[in-house]
Design a protein around this ligand. Structure first.
Ligand SMILES: Cc1cc2nc3c(=O)[nH]c(=O)nc-3n(C[C@H](O)[C@H](O)[C@H](O)COP(=O)(O)OP(=O)(O)OC[C@H]3O[C@@H](n4cnc5c(N)ncnc54)[C@H](O)[C@@H]3O)c2cc1C
Length: 405
């Protein structure tokens, strides 16, 4: 019999759902609480680059038929980033950094150095599939209280939930972190990015093939304004069809596409937060209009409605207070700028490792406090090292603010 009662997860992003799947696989009672009214309320980006952390986590927590769907809807890429000149010709192809610490311990039986471009909404649907009885929408956590027999969560609609453990998987502005680790902060990285989506065929006419087969392609100028491109292709017709199975996503969301992002210091994107998609597209294209060649024309091929702005934030590395039965994962604790494309990978890695720890406790192997303490020590050491590296590269390549000392 399980020695662990109910686990409450706040947030149904990639990390929260990966943990829910892992716990369900261990027959642990779990409930996920998501503030949004549905999975499709807010734009959250299009393409995601997954490396061996996320790919192995997905393979670990999903049942067989969903692993097959995950693989079928992933575009496994060459392990390079294409560096483009401002005329969009290829300058060089940088091998990806696959040195992610001691993966031998984390993924002993699995493949390393895997790279896949996936559609975020498709991945989220796959992780959520079959969890309808577990994920509760319209539940915004306001606060929690530790009690003699566990922890109680309080939601903005006046309801509560009680469990043995509460996990904050509630992203960069985490309400759980505000209580659990009030000294951990996030800061403005100084960068605005405008994300959009182009039809694959329009990109094929204007960019070299490497830009569509490597993990990502990026060009930047003397101002450190950058244009990034990453393709998402559903490799086979059946995979494309499979990606359509869930309601709530328009068919076109699942067609092959290329994500494009134009970014740089905030001053190059005045008023971006208040602009329509069409005006954001104009602003993004205008920002690279003096580049030689086709950059601005390429951006203008994007679907106007698809453009949205992101002001980038990063966590400031620090330490958690002493462990309790409330813990954190993913962006809620170590959010980073997307220079390394690793945020989702870390969220899913954390979730897989926390899932393993809780499953062991539920099976009577070890004590909860010790298991959470070990998880938090490893997760923060690894997570904050990647935050620092993302900030270092971000400073070099896109004039990101340095992390506060
Ligand atoms: C445009 C863009 C592109 C990116 N590209 C990549 C990439 O290529 N590769 C990569 O690895 N990473 C990428 N990232 C980073 C990645 O998206 C994040 O690191 C990842 O989503 C973190 O997952 P998470 O589960 O920790 O948090 P999230 O995915 O942010 O999920 C948090 C969830 O919690 C919910 N929530 C928040 N507050 C509350 C509350 N009070 N109560 C209840 N629910 C709440 C939110 O609605 C959300 O659903 C990108 C990020 C952006 C913005």
């Amino acid at each position: 019999m399980s020695t662990l009662g109910k686990v409450l997860i706040i947030g149904s992003g990639l990390g929260g759902l990966t943990l829910a799947r892992s716990l369900r696989g261990g027959a642990i009672d779990v409930a996920v609480f998501e503030r949004d009214a549905s999975p499709w309320d807010r734009p959250q980006g299009y393409r995601l680059h997954l490396d061996d952390d996320a790919v192995n986590a997905a393979r670990e927590v999903l049942p067989g038929h969903l692993i097959a769907l995950f693989e079928a809807t992933s575009q496994f890429t060459e392990p390079f980033t294409a560096i483009l000149s401002t005329d969009l010709s290829v300058v060089k192809r940088l091998p990806s950094h696959d040195d992610h610490g001691d993966h031998g311990d984390v993924w002993p039986d699995r493949g390393n150095s895997v790279h896949a471009n996936v559609d975020r909404a498709t991945l989220r649907q796959i992780l959520m599939s079959g969890l309808d009885d577990v994920v509760h929408f319209g539940k915004k956590l306001e606060r929690y209280e530790n009690t003699a027999d566990g922890v109680t969560a309080y939601f903005s609609d006046g309801t509560t939930a009680h469990g043995d453990v509460l996990v904050g998987a509630d992203g960069v502005r985490s309400a759980v972190r505000a209580q659990r680790a009030p000294r951990l902060t996030t800061v403005d990285a100084g960068i605005t990015a405008i994300y959009g989506r182009l039809p694959l065929d329009a990109a094929r006419l204007r960019v070299p093939v490497e830009a569509l087969t490597d993990i990502f392609a990026i060009a930047s100028d003397d101002r450190k304004v950058f244009l990034g491109l990453g393709s998402v292709r559903f490799p086979t017709a059946p995979a494309k069809a499979a990606a359509h199975w869930s309601p709530g996503t328009a068919m076109r969301d699942q067609d092959d596409y290329v994500v494009c992002v134009v970014g740089g210091r905030h001053r190059f994107f005045p008023g971006a937060d208040d602009l329509s998609g069409e005006r954001l597209r104009d602003l993004a294209a205008g920002t690279v209009a003096d580049w030689h060649g086709q950059a601005a024309d390429l951006v203008r091929q994007g679907d106007a409605e698809a453009f949205f702005p992101v002001r980038m934030h990063t966590s400031v590395p620090g330490s958690l207070d002493a462990p309790t039965n409330v813990t954190l994962l993913g962006d809620a604790v170590h959010a980073m700028t997307p220079t390394l494309g690793r945020g989702a990978n870390l969220a899913m890695r954390d979730a897989a490792l926390l899932g393993r720890a809780l499953r062991a406790v539920a099976a009577g192997d070890g004590e909860l406090g010790e298991a959470l303490s070990r998880y938090e020590r490893d997760m923060t050491a690894y997570g904050f090292s990647v935050v620092r590296e993302a900030a270092r590269i971000g400073e070099q390549r896109m004039a990101q603010n340095p992390l506060p000392a």
